[in-house]
Design a protein around this ligand. Sequence first.
Ligand SMILES: [Mn+2]
Length: 420
Amino acid sequence: MSTFRFLHAADLHLDSPLRGLEAYPDAPLDQIRGATRRALENLVDRAIEEQVAFLLLAGDIYDGEWKDYHSALFFARCMGRLREAGIRVFLISGNHDAASVIARALRPPDNVHVFATRHPETVRLDALGVAIHGQGYARRDNREDMAAAYPAALPGLFNIGLLHTALNGRAGHEPYAPTSLAILAGKGYDYWALGHVHQREVVSQTPWVVFPGCLQGRHIREAGSKGAVLVSVEEGRVQDVAECQLDVLRWQECRLDVTGCDSLDTLLQKVQGHFEAALSQADGRVVALRLRLAGATCLHHELHRNLARWTEECRALAAGLGSVWLEKLMLDTRPVATPWTGLEEDSPLAGLIRAVQDLTLSGPAAMGVGELAELRSRLPVELTGDGDPFDCRDPERLGELQEEVRELLLGRLLGQGRVA
Ligand SMILES: [Mn+2]
């Protein structure tokens, strides 16, 4: 039994198109557009630096069919660098790059083994004492338990299973190639190299079952550090599974407490401090932030009334720091006083404000749920996953929407009556 290391990555989604980001006035489009390629270059660099025995790619190398061969040529060039370094690559196709989806596939260099799609296949690396079992997707919508048909472990070897699956279901991910931990464990393998779920997750250590997560986040629902895992095997046993951060642009969702901020200057100062801290933690990467302001502040109504303007003010602060981009500003603030403070108790305005406060916006009809559902049905599936802002079936999201409508109305009303 030998000692070696290998890298396991998945869900590269090479050249994934930008989704609606062109609409933002100053989105770093070039950096976002090139991020999946730069992350793949980082993966290749790391494989060479660490002198790994091989690289595993567990599906969704591509994002879907393309109109030219650029993505496939870029991939071939990266694989060619590994070939020069004597590193073999084992890959399976996933739902995004199933044979039925990608018509223009190019043959990769000869250090790359692409697993069959009709049946599970096993590759033995006798010099290392390794067996790799895998099967790619022939078509996108794959609902079979593929793992069940994988062969049992080959005795005396370090066995790896390469599989693109949602296991027993993962929020925000289509339930492709469903299977269970019991089925995986029953094969007797040492390491299951999974793909499909974009969040890094060590599902089990006995045996090792690992989702490395996507190589590079592409939108706010793929926030946090992204990359691959480096697996160290000693005497035929997994000794260590280490996270390798390989992303070049990092999405981050954060919450900033602005309790007590009593002027827009103090608020903007606080926001700037927050941006600077995020930047210093990003290790030279571009940071794309979604910022949620929270806490009780007398600026509550002003922020709600002029959200678009304060979003641009914050965006300008971010732009001034170079490598920070504000994707969205969201409000979770509360007012410090009741909105009718200072108004005549029985004045018409006070009455109207009370009416808005008591307004019941619940019920599907009031919120236009039917119309929203109709719009939502036309969105690409990637946009309607977990935490989807348009999901009106989610009572929590509906509650948030109601709150936003109420605050907007109050902010507008108070703006008419006096300075909030
Ligand atoms: Mn997938």
